[in-house]
Design a protein around this ligand. Sequence first.
Ligand code: ADP
Length: 447
Amino acid sequence: MFKKILIANRGEIALRIIRTCKEMGIKTVAVYSTADKESLHVRFADEAVCIGPPPSKDSYLNIPRIMAAVEITNADAIHPGYGFLSENANFAEVCAAYGVKFIGPTSLMIAKMGDKITAKDTMIKAGVPVVPGSDGLLQDVKEGIGIAKDIGYPVIIKATAGGGGKGMRIIWEESEFENAWDSARAEAKASFGNDGIYIEKYVEEPRHIEFQIIGDQKGTVAHLSERDCSIQRRHQKLVEESPSPFMTEELRIKMGEAAIKAGQSINYEGVGTIEFLVDKYRNFYFMEMNTRIQVEHPVTEEVIDYDLIKEQIKVAAGIEISGKSYFPKLHAMECRINAEDPWHDFRPNPGKITSFHSSKGHGVRVDTHVYAGYTVPPQYDSMIAKLICKAQTRDECITKMSRALDEFIVEGIKTTVPFHQKLMKNQDFRDGNFTTAFLNNWDFKNA
Ligand code: ADP
């Protein structure tokens, strides 16, 4: 087992990893930018190294500075968390060259799945259903328009390097194609430095249902059930739950098998997520694979009673898994609490938290790095906490979530708590009657 893990991340996920390491008897090293010197991950780790100024490129994304911290502290493994360098094949390669274990898949696996077109190709070969679309990158607008005609509108333009909903445009008719093409390419170039784009059939009113998988170094892959992440705003997840209210036992078996096949096709090592779109007829299509721990992993942990970070560290250390898949025993839901103003277009609202009280009680879990007096820096992601509830049934889980949201008090900055309170009372949501389009026409103030 590893002796010392350096956590190349910040915020709640850095704390989450430190907690499990402590329970496993592993020492931890935090790295931090000057904007984060008061952060809990810095205080709770055994050692902490400042790696630079606030901009991510000078700190959390700066590979030479992180490797210098590894060298100073003698860490034998790096946990990348999510975001930042977690899906950076080059970083995984540098770690391997330094002889420090990257807790996650190999750089080759990341490269295969990180590029969405290559990933789709790999899935087609493995016999996993994918959304119909272009074979590979589009050369020019004309080719795009031709393919869109063949597969039929609506279509969606996507960036092969995409993430976080960036570089995507839905096109309903040919007259919109050229504008959408230009703006998607510009956005992809600005966000990822790669303007390669492709097109897919736009699956109308689908559900986003993803499967958690885990693979060991011997090629054994198991699934740990699904999460429904259909509650999104601008393709960004706001609420996740397991089991999916749309799931049937039969569909879970079919999708679980496809998820395992997807992992096996690249001999996947580590924890990962296979994302699918599911249409109203319960046809499902592979969308992409995330080769890291996800923000929403606690939902799975709560329904199957499993520490995903612990298992992730174990497989990285070469420990084998049984290959048994897990099925939900309870219902769990996560609300992402962001420092954003939900009544003003979810505008980021960083600043000082003057008063903070997080929900407590039976079946309530809060993963957060903030406290009263903490200043949310403007440079990073606006998520300040994840509120997770579990109960015997979905109904009870929503009731508990409502109660927990009423107890969640943050003063000094605006948060998305009031949005979640409204959502929990919405009858369609309570009935499990929603798709990824659910929030598109919400009048957030008056919903
Ligand atoms: P990103 O990596 O940027 O998050 P994804 O490929 O995971 O992008 O897609 C994000 C969201 O966009 C999905 O959850 C879904 O709501 C929507 N989406 C993506 N592709 C399609 C498609 N072909 N049809 C309909 N919706 C889609």
